[in-house]
Design a protein around this ligand. Structure first.
Ligand code: ATP
Length: 242
Protein backbone atom coordinates (compact mmCIF):
# COMPACT_ATOMS: atom_id res chain seq x y z
CA UNK A 1 0.00 0.00 0.00
CA UNK A 2 1.43 3.34 -0.98
CA UNK A 3 0.41 6.97 -0.80
CA UNK A 4 2.79 9.08 -2.84
CA UNK A 5 2.99 12.82 -2.32
CA UNK A 6 5.27 14.52 -4.76
CA UNK A 7 6.33 18.16 -4.47
CA UNK A 8 2.85 19.10 -3.36
CA UNK A 9 2.43 22.86 -3.21
CA UNK A 10 -0.35 25.30 -2.42
CA UNK A 11 0.22 28.94 -3.06
CA UNK A 12 -2.22 31.69 -2.15
CA UNK A 13 -1.71 35.16 -3.57
CA UNK A 14 0.98 36.19 -1.13
CA UNK A 15 1.49 33.02 0.92
CA UNK A 16 2.86 29.53 0.25
CA UNK A 17 0.76 27.41 2.61
CA UNK A 18 2.39 24.12 1.52
CA UNK A 19 5.78 24.20 -0.09
CA UNK A 20 6.98 21.25 -2.20
CA UNK A 21 6.11 18.52 0.30
CA UNK A 22 7.19 15.04 -0.81
CA UNK A 23 6.78 11.76 1.05
CA UNK A 24 5.71 8.17 0.52
CA UNK A 25 3.51 6.56 3.14
CA UNK A 26 2.80 2.86 3.60
CA UNK A 27 0.54 1.16 6.18
CA UNK A 28 0.99 2.62 9.66
CA UNK A 29 0.07 5.58 11.81
CA UNK A 30 1.64 8.92 10.89
CA UNK A 31 1.48 11.85 13.29
CA UNK A 32 1.67 15.25 11.61
CA UNK A 33 2.87 17.93 14.00
CA UNK A 34 3.19 21.63 13.38
CA UNK A 35 2.46 25.03 14.83
CA UNK A 36 -0.67 26.98 13.93
CA UNK A 37 -0.47 27.94 10.29
CA UNK A 38 2.29 25.42 9.46
CA UNK A 39 0.17 24.03 6.62
CA UNK A 40 -1.19 20.80 8.10
CA UNK A 41 -4.83 21.38 7.19
CA UNK A 42 -3.94 22.60 3.72
CA UNK A 43 -1.80 19.51 3.12
CA UNK A 44 -4.54 17.18 4.37
CA UNK A 45 -7.20 18.88 2.25
CA UNK A 46 -5.07 18.37 -0.85
CA UNK A 47 -4.51 14.70 0.07
CA UNK A 48 -8.29 14.34 0.36
CA UNK A 49 -8.99 16.03 -2.95
CA UNK A 50 -11.02 18.89 -1.48
CA UNK A 51 -8.38 21.48 -2.34
CA UNK A 52 -6.62 21.72 -5.66
CA UNK A 53 -2.82 21.95 -5.43
CA UNK A 54 -0.98 24.72 -7.23
CA UNK A 55 1.66 22.18 -8.12
CA UNK A 56 2.74 18.62 -7.43
CA UNK A 57 0.64 15.49 -7.16
CA UNK A 58 -0.90 12.92 -4.84
CA UNK A 59 -1.60 9.29 -5.71
CA UNK A 60 -2.74 6.23 -3.79
CA UNK A 61 -1.90 2.82 -5.25
CA UNK A 62 -1.06 4.64 -8.45
CA UNK A 63 -4.48 6.31 -8.64
CA UNK A 64 -4.56 10.11 -8.77
CA UNK A 65 -6.53 11.94 -6.09
CA UNK A 66 -9.11 13.05 -8.66
CA UNK A 67 -10.21 9.49 -9.42
CA UNK A 68 -13.34 7.88 -8.00
CA UNK A 69 -11.48 4.80 -6.71
CA UNK A 70 -9.12 6.99 -4.72
CA UNK A 71 -12.09 8.70 -3.08
CA UNK A 72 -13.75 5.40 -2.23
CA UNK A 73 -10.58 4.25 -0.43
CA UNK A 74 -10.49 7.45 1.61
CA UNK A 75 -11.92 8.33 5.04
CA UNK A 76 -11.63 11.96 6.13
CA UNK A 77 -12.38 13.83 9.32
CA UNK A 78 -12.05 17.55 8.57
CA UNK A 79 -11.03 19.98 11.28
CA UNK A 80 -14.35 21.81 11.38
CA UNK A 81 -16.73 19.02 10.84
CA UNK A 82 -20.35 20.14 10.41
CA UNK A 83 -22.87 18.12 12.41
CA UNK A 84 -26.62 18.30 12.22
CA UNK A 85 -27.65 18.94 15.83
CA UNK A 86 -31.21 17.67 15.39
CA UNK A 87 -30.14 14.40 13.76
CA UNK A 88 -29.56 11.38 15.97
CA UNK A 89 -26.06 9.90 15.70
CA UNK A 90 -27.47 6.93 13.83
CA UNK A 91 -29.47 9.08 11.38
CA UNK A 92 -26.36 11.12 10.73
CA UNK A 93 -24.27 8.00 10.06
CA UNK A 94 -27.00 6.56 7.81
CA UNK A 95 -27.08 9.82 5.88
CA UNK A 96 -23.30 9.80 5.49
CA UNK A 97 -23.35 6.11 4.45
CA UNK A 98 -25.87 6.77 1.72
CA UNK A 99 -23.79 9.73 0.50
CA UNK A 100 -20.82 7.36 0.36
CA UNK A 101 -22.83 4.97 -1.79
CA UNK A 102 -23.57 2.13 0.66
CA UNK A 103 -26.92 0.42 0.19
CA UNK A 104 -29.44 0.67 3.02
CA UNK A 105 -29.03 -2.81 4.65
CA UNK A 106 -25.22 -2.77 4.61
CA UNK A 107 -25.27 0.87 5.74
CA UNK A 108 -27.39 -0.06 8.76
CA UNK A 109 -24.95 -2.84 9.76
CA UNK A 110 -21.90 -0.71 9.21
CA UNK A 111 -23.37 2.20 11.22
CA UNK A 112 -23.83 -0.13 14.19
CA UNK A 113 -20.27 -1.42 13.77
CA UNK A 114 -18.69 2.04 13.71
CA UNK A 115 -20.76 3.13 16.72
CA UNK A 116 -19.30 0.18 18.65
CA UNK A 117 -15.78 0.84 17.34
CA UNK A 118 -15.90 4.42 18.55
CA UNK A 119 -17.57 3.59 21.87
CA UNK A 120 -20.84 5.28 20.98
CA UNK A 121 -23.05 2.21 21.24
CA UNK A 122 -26.09 3.28 23.20
CA UNK A 123 -25.81 6.85 21.87
CA UNK A 124 -27.00 6.15 18.32
CA UNK A 125 -30.61 7.06 19.04
CA UNK A 126 -29.76 10.28 20.89
CA UNK A 127 -29.72 13.66 19.14
CA UNK A 128 -26.29 15.04 18.36
CA UNK A 129 -27.05 18.25 20.23
CA UNK A 130 -27.01 16.21 23.45
CA UNK A 131 -23.48 14.84 22.75
CA UNK A 132 -20.39 16.10 24.56
CA UNK A 133 -17.51 17.53 22.51
CA UNK A 134 -15.65 14.23 22.79
CA UNK A 135 -18.69 12.27 21.63
CA UNK A 136 -19.11 14.53 18.60
CA UNK A 137 -15.45 14.01 17.80
CA UNK A 138 -15.93 10.24 17.99
CA UNK A 139 -18.97 10.52 15.75
CA UNK A 140 -16.75 12.35 13.25
CA UNK A 141 -14.25 9.51 13.43
CA UNK A 142 -17.12 7.01 13.07
CA UNK A 143 -18.31 8.61 9.82
CA UNK A 144 -14.74 8.55 8.48
CA UNK A 145 -14.67 4.77 9.05
CA UNK A 146 -17.96 3.95 7.31
CA UNK A 147 -16.42 2.87 4.01
CA UNK A 148 -13.58 0.86 5.66
CA UNK A 149 -10.99 3.30 4.32
CA UNK A 150 -7.54 2.12 3.35
CA UNK A 151 -6.41 5.73 3.72
CA UNK A 152 -7.70 7.52 6.79
CA UNK A 153 -6.99 11.24 7.21
CA UNK A 154 -7.90 12.82 10.54
CA UNK A 155 -7.42 16.54 11.13
CA UNK A 156 -6.97 17.14 14.88
CA UNK A 157 -8.93 14.03 15.90
CA UNK A 158 -7.88 14.13 19.55
CA UNK A 159 -9.25 17.63 20.19
CA UNK A 160 -11.84 17.41 22.92
CA UNK A 161 -11.20 13.81 23.94
CA UNK A 162 -10.88 13.15 27.66
CA UNK A 163 -8.10 10.83 28.96
CA UNK A 164 -10.29 7.71 28.87
CA UNK A 165 -11.42 8.52 25.34
CA UNK A 166 -7.80 9.06 24.31
CA UNK A 167 -6.92 5.51 25.35
CA UNK A 168 -9.83 4.10 23.37
CA UNK A 169 -8.91 6.28 20.39
CA UNK A 170 -5.27 5.21 20.55
CA UNK A 171 -6.22 1.53 20.53
CA UNK A 172 -8.60 2.01 17.63
CA UNK A 173 -6.04 3.93 15.58
CA UNK A 174 -3.27 1.42 16.35
CA UNK A 175 -5.55 -1.34 15.12
CA UNK A 176 -6.48 0.52 11.94
CA UNK A 177 -2.83 1.38 11.29
CA UNK A 178 -1.87 -2.29 11.06
CA UNK A 179 -3.37 -2.61 7.61
CA UNK A 180 -4.15 0.93 6.53
CA UNK A 181 -2.50 4.29 6.21
CA UNK A 182 -3.62 6.59 9.01
CA UNK A 183 -2.51 10.21 8.87
CA UNK A 184 -3.48 12.41 11.78
CA UNK A 185 -2.59 15.95 12.69
CA UNK A 186 -2.32 17.37 16.16
CA UNK A 187 -0.76 20.10 18.22
CA UNK A 188 -0.30 17.74 21.11
CA UNK A 189 3.17 16.22 21.07
CA UNK A 190 2.27 13.50 23.59
CA UNK A 191 -0.62 12.32 21.41
CA UNK A 192 1.75 11.71 18.54
CA UNK A 193 4.26 10.04 20.85
CA UNK A 194 1.67 7.56 22.01
CA UNK A 195 -0.14 6.91 18.77
CA UNK A 196 2.16 7.37 15.78
CA UNK A 197 4.67 4.93 14.27
CA UNK A 198 6.19 7.78 12.35
CA UNK A 199 6.45 11.48 13.03
CA UNK A 200 6.06 14.19 10.42
CA UNK A 201 6.84 17.79 11.34
CA UNK A 202 5.80 20.79 9.27
CA UNK A 203 7.10 24.30 9.61
CA UNK A 204 6.08 27.22 7.42
CA UNK A 205 4.67 24.96 4.74
CA UNK A 206 7.64 22.62 4.54
CA UNK A 207 8.08 19.10 5.80
CA UNK A 208 11.11 19.43 8.06
CA UNK A 209 11.11 15.97 9.62
CA UNK A 210 9.88 12.54 8.56
CA UNK A 211 11.08 9.68 10.75
CA UNK A 212 10.52 7.47 13.75
CA UNK A 213 10.71 8.58 17.33
CA UNK A 214 13.62 6.16 17.86
CA UNK A 215 15.59 7.95 15.17
CA UNK A 216 15.24 11.21 17.09
CA UNK A 217 17.25 9.94 20.07
CA UNK A 218 15.78 12.44 22.54
CA UNK A 219 12.38 13.34 23.89
CA UNK A 220 10.07 14.21 21.03
CA UNK A 221 8.83 17.32 22.83
CA UNK A 222 12.40 18.64 23.19
CA UNK A 223 13.22 17.80 19.59
CA UNK A 224 10.04 19.48 18.39
CA UNK A 225 10.71 22.64 20.35
CA UNK A 226 14.29 22.78 19.05
CA UNK A 227 12.95 22.99 15.51
CA UNK A 228 11.35 26.29 16.40
CA UNK A 229 13.94 27.71 18.73
CA UNK A 230 15.15 30.37 16.34
CA UNK A 231 11.63 31.78 16.36
CA UNK A 232 12.10 32.42 20.06
CA UNK A 233 8.41 32.32 20.81
CA UNK A 234 7.28 29.09 22.36
CA UNK A 235 3.79 30.39 23.02
CA UNK A 236 3.27 30.52 19.27
CA UNK A 237 3.95 26.83 18.80
CA UNK A 238 0.57 25.58 19.79
CA UNK A 239 2.03 22.68 21.77
CA UNK A 240 0.08 21.66 24.81
CA UNK A 241 2.68 21.28 27.53
CA UNK A 242 1.55 19.58 30.67
N1 ATP B 1 -7.76 30.35 1.67
C1 ATP B 1 -6.62 30.86 2.12
N2 ATP B 1 -6.15 32.02 1.64
C2 ATP B 1 -4.98 32.54 2.06
N3 ATP B 1 -4.18 31.96 2.98
C3 ATP B 1 -4.59 30.79 3.49
C4 ATP B 1 -5.82 30.17 3.09
N4 ATP B 1 -5.94 28.99 3.77
C5 ATP B 1 -4.86 28.89 4.57
N5 ATP B 1 -4.05 29.96 4.39
C6 ATP B 1 -2.77 30.20 5.09
O1 ATP B 1 -1.94 29.09 4.86
C7 ATP B 1 -1.18 28.78 6.03
C8 ATP B 1 -1.39 27.34 6.42
O2 ATP B 1 -2.70 27.17 6.97
P1 ATP B 1 -3.23 25.79 7.53
O3 ATP B 1 -4.65 26.01 7.97
O4 ATP B 1 -2.97 24.73 6.55
O5 ATP B 1 -2.30 25.57 8.80
P2 ATP B 1 -2.41 24.51 9.96
O6 ATP B 1 -1.05 23.96 10.17
O7 ATP B 1 -3.50 23.54 9.67
O8 ATP B 1 -2.82 25.40 11.19
P3 ATP B 1 -3.89 25.13 12.34
O9 ATP B 1 -3.25 24.16 13.24
O10 ATP B 1 -4.07 26.48 12.95
O11 ATP B 1 -5.13 24.62 11.69
C9 ATP B 1 -1.61 29.79 7.09
O12 ATP B 1 -0.69 30.86 7.10
C10 ATP B 1 -2.95 30.27 6.59
O13 ATP B 1 -3.20 31.58 7.02
Amino acid sequence: MELVIDRLTKQYSNKIAVDRVSMTLSAGVYGLLGANGAGKTTLMRMICGVLKPTDGMVSFQGMPVSCEEYRSALGYLPQDFGYYPDFTGLDFLMYMSLLKGLNRPSARNRCREVLVLTGLEGMGKKKIKTYSGGMKQRLGIAQALLNRPKLLVLDEPTAGLDPKERVRFRNLIADLGKENIVLLSTHIVSDVEEIADRILIMKEGRLIFNGTEDAIGEKLEDFYLEQFEEDGDEAFLGTDRI
